[in-house]
Ligand binder design. Sequence first.
Ligand code: PEP
Length: 250
Amino acid sequence: MKKLMAANWKMFKTRAQAQQTANELLGLIDGKLPSDREVLIFPPFTALSEVAEAMRGKQGCAFGAQNFYPREDGAFTGEISPAMLKDAGCTWALAGHSERRWVFGEDDALVGEKVAYGLNQGLRMILCIGEKIEERKAGKLSQVIAEQLQKGLAGIKDITPGDLAIAYEPVWAIGTGEVAGPDEILDAHACVRKELAEILGDTAMETPILYGGSVKPDNASAIIALDNVDGVLVGGASLLAESFSRIVLA
Ligand code: PEP
């Protein structure tokens, strides 16, 4: 299973900035990317074509969308469909990122619809899950993980290994500079793997589980080395090519 080194650029970067960062990043990792790692970039929609251009012909790299609406087309002002994203060259998409859940009010049912629809449309999906600090303090970590996975994967029947990844991102560690400790990551990822095995059977072992939450160049290699950590999803530290390249090669 390849390790997925994913950059979430959120609502940052003009087209020119995205082009420059993507080109610089690809230059920095050129010839150095281990064959068991894949680089994913999730730029804002407006910069998809610049990232597509920068990645043309590059091995071990792909890009995708941070969000979409799970319908083919229609009167959904402000939304974008998987068909449109595939037309723009996307092969991946995120669903359930904590900012979608907690800033835009997306619930588990909508997240589940997105995961099922995206997969059905041929996108590879990263389902993001993670607990809030008050849920962790109340001892509800495994309950939250189980519920988000069950509902987020509710519409899935057969899954082709490689089409689905999970990103465990504790809400309290996203964009805060507060990274989960090794034991916290080990615990949570083991819990994700166990729940995945109940939902997906054998495919659980072939489903990458990424960690996300204040990953930086100086903590990336220790995180990546942990059991059941099959990659990282990086926000802030992915915005600069130099910093993300060090994470990718960590
Ligand atoms: C994220 O956006 O998924 C994320 C983990 O952000 P950061 O790395 O900034 O915490």
